[in-house]
Write a protein of this length. Structure first.
Length: 475
């Protein structure tokens, strides 16, 4: 993949984040809190010997500035994230994407075993990294190569002499000014090269003529103090506008960021035993615990299985429904991330991991969660459907129990069998009367049934008839 280009220096803070806890039906924030993560942006590098220059040209990934630039580039350009995602749209949406950039940048650096500023063994210009993990990232992001810093010597910086930055007068004279590959703009300054290289020998301005101060003497050219970068805005590696949809690697990484965001926010409330919403001591402790959990996950190689399990468990502890859509292919997330009152899992409520398979816009939507039958008592009790929609109220018996028993069959074609049945029914009526079975209360119960349960009356009457038959047979 060719070297990428640099973009605008539009100011974006990816470390001072607004964490959204709850939004309303209009996608407006109802509660949020700010949390500042440790800023690990590199400081300008400075090289004061030829070993540093040689290291830059042989493996510049040993410089922390290149490690950070690569991680940030993968977390944004490599995922399909642009400045538009980070600055436009709903606040909840921007909060997730900004968190993603911060989280994945740090996670990629940790994956490469890179030492961070503040570590005792951190070295700005000779910072070891895992080449194996770097190659895995190259495969994941399809050979993603971060753009060069638009400063001389392929981004290493300017030759600094006692008079300041040294211009390349020789190249200016022959009108062969090199252009920065990341911007296309010309470079008018010395491009220091490795000592002993072809350029070093053929063009004195690039090495022989300039020597580092500790190596220079009166017989050799001009002394240079160092090769140093100007301050560089690393946000320039983030594209201004999206080039299309999220990349395959981006969908995976974004869903990982969403899992972490949700889990840490709910997990912090569980561990602090307090809701994050509020300004009292317990709520502030819960908000602080969110930061602790995020940093723990960054510094811990969490498996996919563990990450998904934690996410699913967190979903079951929310007050809200999973009804907020970010983009097609991303998890549908709750619009309310407050802990439920019990702080315990609610079986079958929000523990369904849902992915947006269709996309009609960002925000609260009627998600597939609405089609999942909630496991409540009402949902498992079947409703009685009318057995016969042609039944009229006037057809429902209102008299004594004997009226509920089928009447003798009268037909001109009656056979002996029909006569036997009629005799049987007559005997049943007589025997029931002999047993003094009181039917007044039963009839009254039937009449007290609501009018919209006419069919139920008929079913109950039929049941009583069956009981009568059983009694008769038992006599």
């Amino acid at each position: 993949m060719s070297t990428g280009k640099l973009y605008s220096d539009y100011p974006i803070d990816i470390y001072n984040l607004t964490i959204v806890l709850k939004i309303n039906s209009q996608n407006k924030i109802q509660y949020s809190f700010n949390k500042r993560f440790v800023d690990i942006t590199p400081k300008p590098i400075s090289v004061e010997d030829w070993d540093g220059v040689s290291r830059w040209y042989s493996d510049r990934m040993l410089f922390y500035s290149e490690q950070y630039k690569y991680a940030l580039y993968c977390a944004t350009y490599g995922c399909g994230i642009s400045k538009d995602h980070l600055t436009q749209g709903f606040d909840y949406q921007k909060s997730i994407y900004l968190f993603h950039v911060m989280y994945q940048t740090k996670k990629i650096l940790h994956q490469m075993n890179v030492r961070s500023p503040g570590d005792t063994d951190f070295d700005l210009i000779n910072n070891p990294y895992s080449k194996t993990e770097y190659q895995k990232l190259q495969n994941e992001f399809y050979g993603c190569k971060a753009p060069e810093i638009d400063q001389p010597a392929n981004g290493l910086g300017y030759v600094i002499t006692p008079r300041g930055k040294q211009r390349d007068e020789y190249l200016e004279y022959i009108h062969k000014l090199p252009n920065f590959p990341s911007t296309g703009k010309p470079n008018n300054y010395i491009n220091i090269k490795i000592k002993g290289s072809r350029e070093h020998n053929d063009y004195p301005e690039w090495g022989t003529y300039f020597q580092f101060a500790k190596e220079a003497n009166s017989s050799v050219g001009i002394s240079m103090n160092k090769v140093q970068q100007d301050t560089f805005n690393y946000l320039r590696v983030i594209p201004d506008h999206p080039a299309g949809n999220f990349t395959p690697a981006g969908l995976v990484r974004l869903n990982d960021s969403i899992r972490t965001y949700i889990y840490c926010l709910l997990g912090a409330q569980v561990q602090a035993r307090a809701a994050a919403e509020g300004n009292d001591g317990k709520s502030l402790a819960s908000q602080e615990q969110f930061l602790v959990l995020v940093n723990d996950i960054i510094n811990k190689s969490q498996s996919l299985e563990e990450s998904v399990k934690n996410f699913q468990d967190a979903l079951s502890k929310t007050e809200g429904k999973t009804n907020y859509i970010l983009a097609k292919g991303l998890y549908i997330i709750p619009s309310n991330l407050n802990l439920n009152k019990l702080g315990k899992s609610v079986t079958g409520f929000n523990d369904k991991i849902l992915v947006a398979k269709q996309f009609d816009g960002v925000g609260i939507q009627v998600s597939p969660a609405s089609s999942v039958v909630s496991k409540t008592r009402d949902s498992v009790v079947p409703k009685i459907s009318p057995i016969n929609s042609n039944i009229n109220k006037k057809d429902i018996p209102t008299g004594g129990i004997s009226k509920l028993i089928p009447q003798p069959i009268a037909s001109k074609n009656s056979t002996k069998d029909e006569s036997d049945v009629n005799k049987l029914l007559d005997k049943l009526n007589t025997d029931l009367n002999k047993k003094d079975i009181s039917t007044r209360s039963i009839n009254n119960s039937i009449m007290k049934l609501p009018e919209d349960h006419d069919e139920s009356k008929l079913l109950l009457a039929g049941g009583i008839t069956l009981v009568g038959i059983v009694i008769w047979w038992g006599l």
